[in-house]
Design a protein around this ligand. Structure first.
Ligand code: PEP
Ligand code: MG
Length: 552
């Protein structure tokens, strides 16, 4: 391939795929705002009100952003906006801004810029990378607040035409909200490692991404043609005709491969060690169910009900819930559906339950603990699920089980409600194994559980004593740590004939799938777009196992 006139640059591949298209160079808006700097004493009150009003509006926007990202890429990614909301509530931040306005007679915008810049500098000077990344969150919030103060409604990104390669210094969480609607061909960033919010979202949306291209926004010009290889981390500027032809055929081939893996996902059995392995989907809404069905998911291994509850101001009735179930699962009609009971706590309050404030919400009244405390909330779900189970193959999953007694109480209540309404066909009832105590008490829980589903996200959090949303301890949040794998081994050993599946993120990691299969996992539930590749990886592991047996 000849590329005399073209420039090749190498960065970090953070989301796989190949794309070719014209550049759209994005600079965040507030860089270009010309800010008035000082005020007279008379204007202090007005400027303070500007800050308060901007904070109120940004809080509303954050809720909308969280909803949009959750619909496209799941609750995990959306939680970043909840973190931003918490940051906005930090009283020391507000006090510092107020001080800056009152003492320095700064405009609201200037006070905000000074205070945020000071805080960002502190974070950026830190030696720990995850702490440094918190500066991005501050920058994002600063941009949102400044745009509100300046009355800027949209970002330039929202005006980007479809099919472009987005070039940016870095993408902040609020920037990514616009991506799903824009049909971006690829992304090239100056900053943003594989673990960044932008990279995770890009992978969830299947957008090829290359990061760590220094000065990309200066080197690359708007409308310039470029090729992005999200598999190797290479980008080629101004590819000549032969390079374009070559890459066009590689893009087509990659698409064909992806289609082929998807086709096989529908047609081929997924077998390992002569046993069929089930690959189902984790979903949170109807859109997820559509993607799951399209990708050949064999059902739903985890339906997270939180999104539905968090979007409401009043508790749903049994009929409301039943309608939601019918609507959400319609694309997967006839397939097994596992619905998790509401997994809320003081960290995720719903409008209509007046939670007690807790200092340590993740160690507090969360999941089943909360449901047992609010029987009405529990009963509505159980009643709706009992009725839904008369129409479909429904399984109920209980979150945050710690004690066998948690399961015993839920089972007793389920049986009572069934008896009251004359229902004899009960859905299967399973325990989510996501606390070390539950993992070490499988034998005690078995009498009350028809199946187990391992939530490795929380199991990692509670075993490694590292909050899953806390960037300060992300170095301890090691999902494949030997301690976790040992717990998984114990769960499988102690569960005997009771079926076990895995629904945490660990189950979707291609390099971990062979280990999980060896431990004994035969059922995976993963994000809907990942179903075909997980099935393919299971089949490959099966072939490797057969080969090693033949060789031996
Ligand atoms: C888990 O904890 O692994 C899990 C699948 O549930 P969630 O991520 O919703 O807590
Ligand atoms: Mg969990």
């Amino acid at each position: 391939m000849s590329e005399q006139s073209s420039l090749k640059l190498k960065g970090q591949a953070t989301s796989p795929g190949l794309a070719m298209g014209k550049a759209f160079v994005y600079f965040s808006d507030f860089d270009s705002l010309s800010l008035p700097q000082t005020i007279s004493e008379k204007q202090i009150v007005e400027e303070l009100e500007h800050i308060e009003s901007a904070v109120r509006k940004v809080k509303d926007d954050l809720k909308i952003s969280a909803g949009r990202i959750e619909a496209h890429a799941g609750a995990e990614l959306a939680s970043i906006f909840e973190v931003h909301e918490v940051m906005l509530e930090d009283s020391s931040l507000r006090d510092e801004i107020r001080d800056e306005i009152e003492r320095e007679l700064s405009t609201a915008a200037m006070a905000l810029t000074r205070v945020f810049d000071r805080r960002k500098d502190k974070f950026r000077a830190h030696k720990n990378e995850t702490v440094r990344e918190r500066a991005d969150d501050l920058e994002d919030l600063q941009g949102r607040l400044l745009r509100k103060i300046a009355g800027v409604r949209t970002t330039a990104l929202e005006a980007m035409p479809g099919g472009r390669v987005l070039i940016a210094h870095r993408l902040l969480p609020s920037d990514t909200v616009a991506l799903p609607e824009r049909a971006v061909a690829a992304i090239v960033l100056e900053f943003g490692g594989a673990g960044s919010h932008a990279a995770i979202l890009a992978r969830a949306l299947g957008i090829p991404t290359v990061a760590e291209i220094p000065e990309a926004t200066r080197i690359i010009k708007d409308h310039q043609m470029l090729i992005v290889d999200g598999n190797s981390g290479e980008i080629i500027l101004d590819p000549d005709v032969s390079a374009q032809v070559f890459f066009r055929s590689r893009i087509d081939q990659f698409k064909l491969e992806t289609e082929e893996v998807k086709r096989r996902s529908h047609e081929l059995p997924c077998v390992y060690d002569e046993m069929t392995v089930a690959v189902t989907a984790n979903i949170g809404c109807l859109e997820d169910a559509v993607v799951a069905a399209d990708n050949g998911a064999e059902g739903v291994g985890l339906y997270r009900t939180e999104q539905f509850y968090l979007s409401r101001n009043t508790p749903p009735s049994k009929e409301g819930l039943l309608n939601e179930f019918r609507k959400t699962f319609a694309p997967l009609l006839g397939k097994p559906i596992t619905v998790r009971l509401l997994d809320l706590g003081a960290d995720k309050p719903v409008e209509f339950v007046h939670f007690a404030r807790e200092d340590d919400p993740f160690l507090g009244r969360r999941g089943v603990r909360l449901l047992l405390h609010y029987p009405d909330l529990l009963d509505t779900q159980l009643e709706a699920l009992l009725e839904f189970a008369q129409e479909q193959d429904v399984r109920i999953l209980v979150p945050m089980v710690t004690l066998a007694a948690d399961m015993e109480r839920i089972r007793r209540r389920l049986c009572e409600l069934a008896r009251r309404s004359g229902i004899t066909k009960l859905p299967l009832l399973g325990a989510m194994i996501e606390t070390p105590a539950a993992a070490l008490s499988i034998k005690e829980i078995i009498p009350y559980a028809d199946f187990f589903s391992i939530g490795t996200n929380d199991l990692t959090q509670y075993t490694m004593a590292a909050g899953r949303e806390n960037p300060l301890v992300s170095g301890y949040f090691i999902e494949n740590h030997p301690a976790i794998l040992r717990l998984l081994g114990l769960i499988l050993e102690d569960s005997g004939e009771t079926p076990v599946s895995i629904c945490g993120e660990l189950g979707a990691q291609a390099d971990m799938i062979p280990t999980l299969l060896k431990i004994g996992i035969r059922s995976f539930s993963v994000a809907p777009p990942l179903v075909p590749r997980v099935k393919e990886t299971v089949r490959q592991a099966g072939r490797a196992l057969n080969q090693s047996r033949t060789d031996a």
